[in-house]
Design a protein around this ligand. Structure first.
Ligand SMILES: Nc1ncnc2c1ncn2[C@@H]1O[C@H](COP(=O)(O)OP(=O)(O)O)[C@@H](O)[C@H]1O
Ligand SMILES: [Mg+2]
Length: 398
């Protein structure tokens, strides 16, 4: 088509580095339904939180943002923040963080004139001061200690008071805590603490929901699924997109820039990327960058040009965390798996590496937790993505 509008190529609509805009969000129908249902229950005063789990690039942050926009539509006060690089967190600092983020959010809502300025008066006085008897010496964080502030000995009483100020304006308070794996440190101390806080709030039917997201292991690995944590924070475990979700994702993006793509090519893209959201976005971004002015369709040639550099160049910053940045033993395991098309039995691995299974298990557990490998069967493991197999072969010179 020699239309003038194609003389310039519209900006690349694919950006693997950032979470999707909630308006462009695709799929995850079941998980979103679960969130909506839990939100409804929260609004009615029930204890109904949840968690979002899954590996790197699977779409956790995008999902939290989407849920956040749903919470807003439902007139909940929604608060999103990330614990990225917070390695020094305890009950008090976590509680303070939740309260401060809530206060910030209330300020924003007032500026947007969604709630009355009176609310701020009540909410901004709230300070947390957990007594030393409950948790070591408490550190003052240089907060505003005006005489007006009211100190609360725990998070649930602070949140109850915040709710009293908000209840005429909002239906619930929802916290989205991203990169929340740190909450599971020290035998899940902080996540257990949040559960206790929610249970206290529940007594007075204060509608607070907490949604931690991250590479969480809340789901009981033994599969019993009845631990109290699973009940309080039932995890929505995000998986790769299905073929239909992948197609919807690509079509949504390409329609906006008026670029077409055939069904055959869509299927091909799915089979290469396996519908992994990050890999898919990166692959599409690279292919899109091969479009020449005047072209109105992404064709096989664009993807062929992409394949040459994709794994080594584009995906290496993503894959290096699974391979280059792990211990030598873990790397050897990955290498042996890559040699065997990405899959191996534990017994086979022991033989090749001349190690006992109890020596290798910790490495396998770590690799599994970090998302590099998946346990597909009793004693059988596979690399999480076939392009990782290709990457390990290339980088390892196999
Ligand atoms: N439901 C979705 N719809 C559209 N794009 C998505 C969706 N989920 C993830 N993506 C895309 O996949 C990539 C990784 O998503 P992100 O939310 O950052 O993953 P995570 O937080 O799990 O690492 C981003 O480019 C994002 O735009
Ligand atoms: Mg994320």
């Amino acid at each position: 088509m020699q239309d003038k509008t194609y003389a310039l190529i519209p900006p690349n609509p694919f950006n693997a580095g950032s979470p999707i805009d909630p308006n462009d969000f695709v799929g995850r129908v079941q998980e979103l339904e679960t969130f909506k249902q839990r939100l409804r229950q929260t609004k009615e005063g029930s204890l109904a939180s949840m968690a979002v789990a899954g590996g790197y690039g699977i779409g956790k942050t995008s999902f939290l943002h989407k849920c956040r926009s749903i919470a807003e539509e439902n007139n909940a006060l929604s608060i999103y923040f990330s614990l990225n690089e917070m390695d020094d967190l305890n009950r008090e600092t976590l509680s303070k963080m939740l309260v401060e983020r809530l206060q910030e959010r209330v300020r924003e809502e007032i500026i947007l004139q969604r709630i009355s300025a009176k609310v701020l008066d009540a909410v901004r006085k709230i300070r947390i001061k957990i007594s030393p008897s409950e948790e070591g010496p408490s550190v003052e964080l240089g907060l505003d200690h005006s005489i007006n502030s009211i100190h609360f000995p725990n998070l649930h009483s602070a949140l109850s008071v915040a709710w009293k100020a908000l209840r005429d304006h909002k239906k619930a308070i929802v916290f989205f805590i991203d990169e929340a794996r740190i909450l599971e440190k020290h035998r899940a101390d902080l996540i257990l603490y949040l559960r206790a806080v929610l249970e206290q709030l529940q007594i007075d039917r204060v509608p607070v929901m907490i949604v931690p997201g991250g590479k969480l292991t809340i789901s009981d690995p033994s599969g019993s699924g009845f631990s109290p944590l699973v009940r309080t924070f039932p995890p929505a475990v995000l998986e790769n997109f299905t073929l239909e979700e992948s197609k919807a994702f690509i079509r949504k993006k390409l329609t906006k820039v008026k670029i077409s793509i055939s069904d055959d090519v869509l299927k091909q893209v799915y089979s290469i990327t396996e519908g992994h959201p990050f890999v898919l976005s990166a692959y599409m971004a690279t292919a899109y960058s091969k479009l020449k002015p005047g072209e109105g369709e992404l064709r096989k040639e664009h993807f062929e040009a992409t394949d040459i550099e994709f794994v080594k160049r584009v995906l290496s910053p993503f894959f290096s965390r699974f391979y280059d940045q792990v211990s030598k033993n873990s790397r050897s395991i990955l290498t042996e798996m890559a040699k065997r098309n990405g899959e191996i039995d534990l017994s086979e691995l022991c033989e090749i590496m001349g190690r006992k299974s109890n020596e290798l298990s910790p490495y396998l557990a770590k690799l599994t937790q970090d998302g590099a490998i998946l346990r597909i069967d009793r004693g059988r493991y596979k690399l999480f993505h076939k392009l990782l197999t290709q990457y390990v072969k290339q980088v390892g010179g196999l």
